[in-house]
Write a protein that binds this ligand. Structure first.
Ligand code: FES
Length: 149
């Protein structure tokens, strides 16, 4: 039998005793029912499934449980503590979302960017590379700039 894999998600401890190759996204959505993180392409291309592992943005659809084990995962559900995260607040103030599907991933990627680059320029923001089929990119840029203030 496989040894259960320990994993911390939004500050709570869990174990995964299934297939170690299972994508983290499946664990979040199907087992924990943390459905804020979205499934888009499943091949690491779109960014809809972005979560933080030890504070760094990763695409959970291509992250196996064995790679996520023993790390701290933060999902969109874990971003808000007592109040909205400043990036979430900026997203609301700039009214970023259209259909909304990619937005949790966009926000998680923005949180990671702002940790690395507290005053990002447009080129820095472009490195995020998460797709938005509604084309909310101008509002995403404004929200990130607002959160950086
Ligand atoms: Fe993971 Fe598209 S669903 S990158």
């Amino acid at each position: 039998p496989l040894a259960p894999l320990p994993i911390s998600i939004n500050g709570k401890p869990y174990f995964h005793d299934g297939d170690p190759a299972m994508p983290l996204l499946w664990f979040l959505r199907d087992i924990l029912r943390l459905t804020g993180t979205k499934y888009g392409c499943g091949i690491g291309a779109c960014g809809a499934c972005t979560v933080l592992i030890d504070g760094k943005a990763v695409r959970s659809c291509v992250t196996p449980m064995q790679a996520a084990a023993n790390h701290k995962i933060t999902t969109i559900e874990g971003l808000e503590t007592n109040a909205l995260h400043p990036v979430q607040q900026a997203w609301i103030e700039e009214d970023v979302a259209q259909c909304g599907y990619c937005q949790a991933g966009q926000i998680m990627a923005a949180v990671d960017l702002l940790q690395r680059k507290p005053k990002p320029n447009d080129d820095d923001i472009a490195t995020i590379g998460n797709f938005c089929r509604c084309g909310t990119y101008p509002r995403i840029r404004r929200a990130i700039a607002r959160a950086a203030e």
